[in-house]
Design a protein around this ligand. Structure first.
Ligand code: FAD
Length: 302
């Protein structure tokens, strides 16, 4: 199943030279202001287990959560501890991935704004805004929330919309041992080097619109009651990014109506964790011409 293989795919990347490893999260804590608020997450976890996946979790009291994680305040009245999770440092990971691609002879062209793809009988021309054109035997379009602009002409009709999220980093008096998640507030806090990365919010606006500082304030206000020793007013790295959201919540991965044009996108809130397994499965389609059964639900022509 795809979720189970998702983490293994990170190990395959590490084996292939991506040195920025994922870190095991000793205890991933989902924290709640009231015990009954945990019921939704617990029911989701039960459904995951009923579907045959291994998921190791345990509801715990707020007091126990605070013993495990002193950065939590008394406002946390209940938590769910989930084991077997991992996290990574996104900028370091991306940098390391690019290095590994280059080390294998791959060429990365940065700041290339692609305006069109022209499908020929034996190759695809990739046209840039600068007017330059390159020809490739196969193209995988992975342009996030902008996916439809390049793929609509190849039969991909499924809408993709930007669900924008915000993040920033803050100093902490004592770094939490692992990620802290506040499902009701939809905010996640993850150790990022010597700072804590705080991320949340779902805003439907155009991907290129400016960062709205009110959204950052809303994220800060949502988690402030639950955290102590986290200096939320000393923010750096304030950022807004677009999650590529599809109408049915499923990614778009596979071949388009044109035999040499593939897509990989629409992963919404899960594009980092599902990126490596997406690449692995799609490579099978591109290189061997076999569509793995796991990709059937994600057919971009659905
Ligand atoms: C605040 C926040 C927190 C998140 N947390 C998590 C998390 O904990 N776990 C998780 O799995 N996911 C998380 N996500 C979601 C994840 O970031 C996305 O699902 C993922 O980045 C999508 O990857 P992508 O490659 O499809 O698109 P993107 O990451 O958006 O990359 C698309 C790239 O294509 C480029 N591009 C677009 N159009 C063109 C063009 N015409 N020509 C050339 N280049 C183009 C863009 O500049 C961009 O670099 C989070 C997202 C946000 C915003």
């Amino acid at each position: 199943m795809v979720p189970e293989r998702a983490l293994e795919a990170f190990d395959a990347l590490a084996g292939g030279g991506v040195t920025a490893a994922t870190k095991a999260a000793g205890a991933f804590l989902a924290c709640f202001a009231q015990e009954r608020d945990a019921h939704g997450l617990l029911s989701e976890l039960e459904q995951i287990a009923d579907a045959g996946q291994v998921v190791d979790y345990q509801p715990i009291s707020g007091r126990r959560a605070r013993v495990l994680e002193p950065a939590l305040t008394g406002e946390v009245k209940a938590a769910v501890m989930i084991r077997g999770q991992r996290y990574l440092h996104p900028p370091q990971f991306l940098h390391s991935l690019a290095q590994a691609v280059r080390a294998r002879g791959g060429r990365i062209i940065e700041d290339a704004d692609v305006t069109a793809l022209q499908h020929g009988s034996s190759d695809v021309s990739v046209v840039r805004r600068s007017g330059e054109q390159d020809r490739y035997d196969t193209v995988v379009v992975a342009t996030g929330a902008a996916l439809p602009a390049l793929t609509a002409g190849f039969g991909v009709r499924h809408p993709v919309q930007a669900g924008r999220g915000y993040s920033f980093s803050v100093p902490v008096e004592r770094m939490p041992a692992g990620p802290l998640y506040f499902p009701r507030q939809r905010v996640a806090c993850t150790p990022l080097g010597d700072r804590l990365r705080v991320a949340g919010m779902m805003e439907f606006r155009r991907p290129g619109d400016a960062l709205d500082p009110r959204r950052i304030t809303a994220v800060v206000d949502a988690v402030r009651p639950f955290l102590t020793g986290v200096r939320l007013d000393e923010r750096r790295d304030e950022w807004v990014g677009s999650r590529p959201c599809t109408a049915d919540g499923l990614p778009l991965v596979g071949r388009t109506a044109a035999p040499r044009v593939f897509v990989a996108g629409g992963h919404g809130m899960w594009g980092v964790v599902l990126g490596p397994i997406t690449g692995q499965l799609l490579a099978q389609s591109v290189v061997k011409g076999e569509v793995p059964a796991e990709l059937a639900p994600f057919d971009p022509l659905r």
